[in-house]
Write a protein that binds this ligand. Structure first.
Ligand SMILES: Cc1cc2nc3c(=O)[nH]c(=O)nc-3n(C[C@H](O)[C@H](O)[C@H](O)COP(=O)(O)O)c2cc1C
Length: 181
C-alpha cells in the first residue's frame, strides 16, 4: 500500500511527538520513503538526529538550511511528497495553517504542495475544544485537509479527556486510505 510512496511527516511541538517514531518504523517496514520536517516547537520534543536515524534522511527545520540545491528547500520537499502528514499537530500549527501563514519550513512546504495533507491533532482538551481551534479545523477541512481525530486518553495536564493523539493503527490506516484516493 505504501510501498515506494514518499511521505513527508511534519513533527510539531506536542508531547506526543515521540509517538511518531513507531509509525515511521512501521511505514518504512512496508517500503515507504519518509522525510521529516521539525517545527521549532517540535525540536523541543524530538531531535533531528532521532528522525534522521529512523528515516535515513536529514530532518529539516530551517527553510534556509544548506541542502543539495535543486531549488528552495520548501518547494523541493513540496514537489517530492506523495502525501504530507503532520503527526502530531500542535494547536498552534493548526492555527498557523488555517491563517495561511508560511513563515517556517513545514507551513511553507504544505502551502507549496499539491499533495494530500493529513493532520493528527494532539493537545490539551480545552485547547482542542476551544472555538478558535474548532473553527480552524473546519476551515482546513473545507479546503480538503484530512484530520485524524484525537481520542480520549490520559493527557499530560492530568485529565483523562479528549485530545490524546490517535492510535498508531488509526494513523497508519488514515495514511493508507488517503494514498489510495
Ligand atoms: C510540556 C509541554 C507539552 C506541550 N504539549 C503540547 C501538545 O500536546 N499540543 C499542543 O498543541 N501544544 C503543546 N504544548 C505547547 C506547544 O509546544 C507550543 O504551543 C509551541 O509553540 C508549538 O510550536 P509549533 O507549533 O511550532 O510546533 C506543550 C508545551 C509544553 C511545555
Amino acid at each position: 500500500m505504501v510501498q515506494g510512496k514518499k511521505i513527508l511527516i511534519g513533527v510539531t511541538g506536542s508531547i506526543s511527538a515521540y509517538r511518531v517514531c513507531d509509525l515511521i518504523e512501521a511505514l518504512k517496514a512496508e517500503g515507504a520513503e519518509i522525510q521529516c520536517i521539525l517545527t521549532q516547537g517540535g525540536k523541543r520534543f524530538m531531535t533531528p538526529d532521532t528522525l534522521r536515524a529512523l528515516t535515513g534522511k536529514p530532518a529539516y527545520s530551517d527553510m534556509f538550511q544548506d541542502h543539495a540545491f535543486s531549488g528552495p528547500l520548501h518547494t523541493v520537499l513540496a514537489d517530492e511528497a506523495d502525501l504530507i502528514a503532520v503527526i502530531p499537530s500542535s494547536c498552534d500549527f493548526i492555527a498557523k495553517l488555517a491563517a495561511g501563514i508560511c513563515d517556517d519550513l513545514l507551513s511553507a512546504t504544505i502551502i507549496a504542495s499539491k499533495a494530500p495533507v493529513l493532520i493528527a491533532p494532539a493537545m490539551n482538551d480545552n485547547m482542542f475544544s476551544h472555538p478558535m481551534t474548532q473553527k480552524n479545523i473546519q476551515a482546513l477541512e473545507a479546503i480538503g485537509y484530512q484530520f485524524v481525530a484525537p481520542e480520549e486518553g490520559q493527557l499530560v495536564c492530568g485529565r483523562f479527556s479528549m485530545g490524546h493523539i490517535a492510535s498508531q493503527d488509526k494513523l497508519k490506516s488514515s495514511i493508507e486510505t488517503l494514498l489510495k484516493k
